[in-house]
Design a protein around this ligand. Structure first.
Ligand code: FE2
Ligand code: FE2
Length: 193
């Protein structure tokens, strides 16, 4: 359903399990970045009421996820570290077309966001199916459904608002590019690492 070209090697979960504080810290900041992205879309597209309303819901949900992660960190006696850079997301950002109209920029932003949601959803699934800690397995299983919903919402708005981009064609290009990026990852205890 997500259309991803390359599956995550489940051995990545062994690396994650060696450093739960790091994966939870990185995860918390992924949720914050997802909320910030939704707010960015609101700020730049104020005239599109249904988009603004749905991005508001997403921003709130992502901060609820952030709260769930920081609560888990506290319950376990761990510490939320400083914000982590996300090299995978920086690599994806390079693929965004930057020379088009305002509408082109919106469509690219929505596809960029859908791509991150799709991979995050897949990573949460791999975690939920392979991590030995039953509390974390359930936690990631529950979050997976929410991120799948976000992926669908971003793609839906890209199709709804596109003025001249062939969204199906451009989405295929995004999926091809993402496969070349993710091939380099799977070696670190971060959500996209
Ligand atoms: Fe989230
Ligand atoms: Fe999300």
């Amino acid at each position: 359903m997500l259309g991803l070209k390359l599956a995550t090697d489940p051995r990545w979960v062994n690396i994650v399990e060696s450093n739960i504080e790091e994966i939870l810290t990185d995860h918390a900041w992924c949720e914050q970045k997802a909320a910030s992205n939704a707010i960015y879309i609101i700020v730049n597209n104020s005239e599109k009421h249904d988009l603004v309303a749905e991005m508001t819901n997403i921003a709130i949900e992502e901060m609820e996820h952030f709260k769930m992660v920081i609560d888990l960190i506290k319950e376990r006696g761990l510490t939320l570290g400083r914000e982590r850079k996300d090299d995978y997301v920086s690599d994806l950002a390079k693929f965004c077309r930057k020379d088009g109209s305002r509408n082109d920029a919106l469509i690219e932003r929505l596809l960029f966001a859908a791509m991150i949601e799709a991979r995050s959803c897949e990573r949460f699934r791999v975690l939920s199916q392979n991590i030995k800690d039953p509390e974390l397995a359930k936690f990631y299983h529950d979050l997976m459904a929410s991120e799948a919903g976000h992926y669908t919402t971003f793609l839906k708005f890209a199709k709804q608002y596109s003025e001249r981009t062939d969204v199906d064609k451009r989405w295929k290009e995004w999926l091809e590019y993402e496969a070349t990026v993710i091939a380099k990852y799977g070696k670190k205890e971060t959500i996209h690492g």
